[in-house]
Design a protein around this ligand. Structure first.
Ligand code: NAP
Length: 280
């Protein structure tokens, strides 16, 4: 068996067509949507992610304002910077690139984002709305993964979904979104025992750890839907690809799976924030 591809590039392209149309309506009405990106430090991967997001913004008619801050910045200074963006009427959305350097209180920085501008879905307000199934901005990577699964009409109701990873921006909200769609959800993390055996019972797997090829192809249930959200240097995901292609029913590639969907969600939510602020 060769798995079918969960093609994030193709699905994101369709989403971005809609984003581009909506951005042009706002532009014609007087002001293009505007996203502020905040990068702290000079981590190469984070710099690349921010650059990709900014490039994609310009392709769809979203203006961006880049704020690059020194790695040594303190939490209060970062919080003040983000509060200023929250109060700035010219800014519709704010992205604080995760992770920030270890000495910074990332939660405090996230909470400085006005929930109306939380287009990356990182505040407690957004998280609670997502957990309760209320309208709000979704955490972009898990939200993008759900959109990818929906685009291929992958059934979730009653299926056993295993999320490997429980970070606040990815694994934890992913499980909540899957639960909201009536999947039976199991979380695995660094203290989990018997990962292979748990994965062997999974109809749907979301691998979100950041350890290359942690999820071995032989552990997967034949025909499982496998989303590889991991990304490590050298275009390596968290799933043993390409061996997993011979076992899984569906598989997201790395690159070209989850990454483009994350950016598409961010841009779509930025346009939504701008529309709401314009009274649309
Ligand atoms: P993170 O904050 O480092 O969290 C990693 C999670 O993996 C933690 O919950 C950790 O468990 C768990 N874990 C670590 N070792 C494990 C093991 N041996 N078995 C099972 N679980 C284990 O990472 P993150 O920010 O969620 O990112 C995860 C991956 O997704 C990274 O590769 C990142 O680059 C990628 N990512 C991709 C996108 C995209 O757009 N494509 C976006 C965001 C992240 P504990 O909680 O117990 O420590």
């Amino acid at each position: 068996m060769t798995s079918q591809v969960l093609d994030g590039v193709a699905v994101a392209k369709e989403i971005l067509k809609g984003v581009s149309r909506r951005a042009s309506v706002l532009r014609d009405a007087g002001r293009a949507p505007r996203l502020a990106t905040v990068l702290v430090g000079d981590d190469d991967a984070s710099k690349t992610y921010v650059r990709m997001k900014v490039n994609r913004c310009s392709e769809v008619g979203i203006e961006s304002v880049r704020i690059d801050l020194d790695a040594e910045i303190s939490t209060p200074v970062l919080v003040a910077q983000i509060e200023a963006l929250s109060a700035d009427p010219a800014i519709d959305g704010i992205l604080l690139q995760h992770p920030v350097p270890g000495h910074i209180d990332e939660r405090a920085a996230f909470e400085a984002i006005d929930p109306a501008k939380d287009v990356d879905g990182v505040t407690r307000t957004s998280f609670a709305a997502m957990a309760l199934g209320n309208p709000g901005f979704q955490s972009c990577t898990p939200g993008g993964i759900l959109r990818l699964l929906d685009a291929y009409e992958i059934p979730l109701e009653g299926r056993h979904a295993v999320v490997v990873g429980r970070s606040h921006i990815l694994g934890l909200p992913m499980g909540m979104l899957l639960l909201g769609r009536d999947a039976t959800v199991t979380y695995c993390h660094s203290r989990t025992r018997g990962l292979a055996e748990i994965l062997g019972r999974a109809d749907v797997v979301v691998a979100a750890v950041g350890t290359p090829e942690l999820v071995r192809a032989r552990w997967l249930k034949p025909g499982a839907v496998v989303v590889d959200a991991g990304y490590s240097a050298g275009d390596r995901g968290d799933v043993e690809q390409p061996a997993a292609r011979e076992v899984a029913g569906w598989l997201s590639p790395v690159p070209g799976g989850v990454g483009p969907m994350t950016i598409a969600m961010l841009l779509e939510q930025t346009v939504t924030a701008a529309e709401r602020r314009a009274g649309g």
